[in-house]
Design a protein around this ligand. Structure first.
Ligand SMILES: [Fe+2]
Ligand SMILES: [Fe+2]
Length: 302
């Protein structure tokens, strides 16, 4: 056969294989638990958050919602099985992100848990003069007997293309705090510094996707940290931004920074973002801001 013809055939096969590979490389992000569920579904809602990330390299669960009942119910409706989870990552200790952990442990003990080492520090909520425990229901030694732990303050690879942010210690901007959340230092009660708060970073061909839990570290602190530690423009943010207590002036500042530094960003917001913040972001960025109730599916090409 003519050599040129063979070379041409090889080129065509190579282009086809590359295209095929590209087509397959998609990460699907499914919101399993949120404060609001999609209408016209059997999904339940509760104050809490969980996302299922279906990547080419495995399934990663991000947070577990507040209760095993809602978490397990929604997984069933979405036809997802905890036995198919390869890795688990927790955004921080609070009960509304870790309350369904028991359901994971009773179905799957072969996975690895990624989190910040500070996640085991007890956390409290002060309501009507009483401190209520709202942290992780497991201590480190009991949990390490059941699953493998990968605790780190540094950005950590979960599967290829998906990383934790690691601890976000540089915080020039306000944190996403609540005045009633505390930790205990000896006999003293201190405002929770949210040292355990991390987010996820998904690397795609077009840029970075940041997946937040509650974003207690502060959305701008988190995005600046991602810019410093990862390469590429920030394309999208999903999850809760904890802007419930943010004043209008600060929301305007966030909008200004987004405009200047992240001009094409898309936002899929839910959980603790707050209605006022959501409305203001929609006013500023229109259809680039969407609600992300339980049952939402967002696809990103790697
Ligand atoms: Fe929280
Ligand atoms: Fe939360």
């Amino acid at each position: 056969m003519n050599k040129n013809l063979i070379r041409r055939e090889q080129q065509i096969i190579s282009i086809y294989l590359k295209k095929k590979k590209k087509e397959k490389m998609t990460t699907k992000i499914i919101c399993v638990v949120n404060d609001v569920a999609k209408e016209d579904t059997n999904l339940h809602s509760e104050h809490g958050l969980s996302f299922w990330l279906q990547t080419e390299q495995g399934n990663v669960l991000w947070d577990t919602g507040q209760t095993p009942e809602v978490f397990s119910h929604n997984l069933k409706v979405l036809r997802l099985s905890l036995q198919d989870i390869d890795m688990l990552a927790l955004s921080h200790a609070h009960y509304d992100h870790t309350g369904g952990l028991g359901a994971v442990l009773s179905s799957n003990t072969t996975l690895t848990l990624f989190a910040h080492p500070d996640i085991f520090q007890p956390r409290y909520s002060l309501r009507q003069g009483e401190y209520r425990s709202i942290g992780l229901a497991y201590n480190q030694s009991s949990l390490s007997q059941q699953i493998k732990l990968n605790l780190s303050d540094a950005p950590t690879k979960i599967v290829p293309g998906l990383w934790t942010t690691g601890g976000i210690s540089e915080r020039p901007e306000p944190v996403g705090g609540s005045p009633h959340l505390f930790i205990r230092d000896g006999a003293d009660w201190q405002p929770d510094p949210y040292r355990d708060d991390i987010s996820l970073v998904l690397k795609t061909a077009q840029g970075l996707v940041v997946i937040c839990g509650c974003c207690h570290a502060g959305i701008l602190n988190t995005l600046f940290h991602v810019e410093r530690n990862f390469k590429g423009p920030i394309l999208a943010v999903l999850g809760g931004l904890h802007l419930l207590y943010a004043e209008d002036q600060y929301l305007e500042h966030i909008i200004h920074v987004f405009d200047e530094r992240f001009p094409n960003i898309s936002l899929y917001l839910n959980h603790c973002t707050g209605e006022n913040a959501f409305k203001k972001l929609v006013n500023a960025f229109g259809s680039r801001v969407r609600a992300c109730p339980a049952g939402t599916v967002v696809n990103f090409n790697d």
